[in-house]
Design a protein around this ligand. Structure first.
Ligand SMILES: C[S@@+](CC[C@H](N)C(=O)[O-])C[C@H]1O[C@@H](n2cnc3c(N)ncnc32)[C@H](O)[C@@H]1O
Length: 91
């Protein structure tokens, strides 16, 4: 589905509209690709399934974070393990 969504999405300001959303596979693909979407589904039961699937697929875009530098920078580079530790540490 991600392949299809990518094909259908215009490169600038894409929004995907699925008029027959069913269980929400289109929405899941859009969440994974971070493409805005509108899903329409008439069955209440399916709408609940869609909400759960889309929520599970939603990964917020990581916002910037402030890190305290503990290691000296050498040649403008930080060692991989230091960067990894920074990314894992919530502030
Ligand atoms: C074949 S399913 C879509 C399957 C979907 N691709 C998926 O991933 O589950 C078609 C869906 O369209 C819905 N549907 C049919 N007619 C509709 C209408 N007029 N308005 C909104 N939804 C409609 C049905 O309830 C059904 O869930």
């Amino acid at each position: 589905m991600k392949y299809l969504v990518k094909l259908a999405a215009p490169p600038q300001d894409p929004v995907i509209l699925d008029l027959f959303a069913g269980s929400g596979t289109t929405g899941v693909a859009c969440e994974q690709l971070k493409i805005p979407y509108i899903l329409i589904e008439r069955e209440e039961e399916y709408c609940e399934i869609i909400k759960a699937r889309v929520k599970a697929a939603h990964k917020p875009i990581r916002k910037g974070k402030v890190v305290k530098r503990q290691e000296p920078v050498q040649d403008g580079l930080l060692p991989y393990d230091v960067v990894k530790k920074m990314m894992e540490t919530e502030i």
